[in-house]
Design a binder for this molecule. Structure first.
Ligand code: H2U
Ligand code: ZN
Length: 348
């Protein structure tokens, strides 16, 4: 019997993390006729007097937001990391280690409009968000080893407020997942003399089958090793280690690809598509000494939905104890996203 990746169980390797994912495509042999359940409309006012993030409103901590016009950044009133806490190693027992950390956490309101999300914002307004992401990495990266820019979107992902917003957490330490990517990209560079993700995006542009959308500077694709059903990555087509290193063309291109990817996500199940997304780039804090050549900037999108606006995938059972598993192949997921229109379903 010959191995056919669209029919037969197999595992795929994630070169960025060293993890494997089990792919079980035979389980999708039944034709895709999953109903597209519609949720009740997501109609929100442009301004909500009770929203903590709307311009001019008072936040939970008591501070008042300015009447901001584009994007607005403030220090999280309930920050997970604190700038002025004690440092130093802590050894409780040989098998119980701790280390003190410092950092800060900020909230980025993407737009003064309570009713918008990134796919519904204009490219110039998304470009403001891109510039703020980059500024935050420059500013916080001067002092902190890692600056994690991310967005948690939708109730399904635990977002506490529908007002379009993201977060930035900066820390004195390199967190677990970026540390693994750092190690693996450096090892690849040492062996091949090229950034891993630059080789990867070139391979994907040749293969085409996992591409979702492409422009002159960026590719949006379902990675070969995706674990979430509609997981995606944004990859620059030229080498660029960090968000602040993006030039004008790459920033405009990023605003375009963000809009097109998130619009396709929304159209897939005709719902405001929930996800957690975030940026990974070369570590910061030691800007002068860091060898950034192995690092290629990229964004990960992890959406939880599987079959409709209300049917999500759970990473449970075998996945908590063995390894991640998926049924629909990354190629099938990419094809479904490629089929979607770039006109938002809410805009008719
Ligand atoms: P999430 O929706 O991803 O939870 O992000 C909202 C963040 O906003 C959350 O971390 C903060 C919460 O602590 N926040 C404030 O800092 N002030 C407020 O008045 C409300 C929410
Ligand atoms: Zn609001």
């Amino acid at each position: 019997m010959q191995f056919i990746p669209t029919d037969h169980p197999h595992r795929r390797f994630n070169p960025l993390t060293g993890d494997w994912v089990l792919v079980s495509p035979h389980r999708t042999k039944r034709p895709w006729q999953g109903q597209v359940e519609r949720l009740p409309g997501d109609d929100r006012p442009a301004y909500d007097p009770k929203c903590y993030l709307c311009p001019g409103n008072e936040r939970a901590g008591g501070a008042r937001n300015p009447n901001y016009q584009e994007t607005f950044v403030f220090t999280n009133d309930f920050a997970a990391l604190l700038a002025d806490s004690p440092t130093g190693p802590q050894q409780v027992a040989p098998l119980m280690q701790a280390e003190a950390v410092v950092g800060t956490s900020r909230v980025i309101c993407f737009s003064p409009r309570h009713d918008l999300t990134l796919p519904l914002m204009s490219r110039p307004d998304i470009r403001y968000v891109v510039d703020v992401w980059a500024e935050q990495v420059t500013e916080l990266g001067a002092n902190y080893r890692w600056v994690q820019v991310f967005e948690n979107k939708g109730e399904a992902m635990g977002a506490s407020n529908p007002h379009p917003h993201g977060q930035v957490w900066a820390s004195s330490f390199l967190p677990t997942l970026p540390a693994r990517e750092d190690e693996r990209q450096r090892a690849y560079y040492a062996a091949h003399g090229r950034p891993l993700l630059l080789d990867y995006v070139e391979e994907e542009l040749r293969a085409q089958e996992r591409l979702i959308a492409v422009n002159g500077e960026w590719a949006a694709l379902v990675p070969y090793w995706a674990t979430w059903p509609f997981e995606a990555m944004l990859l620059p087509r030229r080498h660029v280690p960090r968000l602040p290193d993006l030039d004008e063309a790459q920033r405009d291109g990023l605003a375009d690809i963000v809009k097109r990817l998130t619009m396709r996500f929304d159209n897939l199940f005709e719902t405001s598509f929930p996800y957690s997304m975030g940026w990974h780039g070369a570590p910061t804090g030691d800007l002068a000494g860091e060898d950034t050549r192995p690092w290629q900037l990229h964004a990960h999108y992890y959406p939880p939905l599987l079959r409709s606006a209300t049917v999500r995938k759970f990473m449970v059972g075998y996945e908590m104890l063995g390894e991640a598993q998926r049924d629909i192949t990354p190629e099938q997921a990419a094809a479904r996203l490629r089929e979607q229109s770039e006109r938002h379903y809410r805009e008719g």
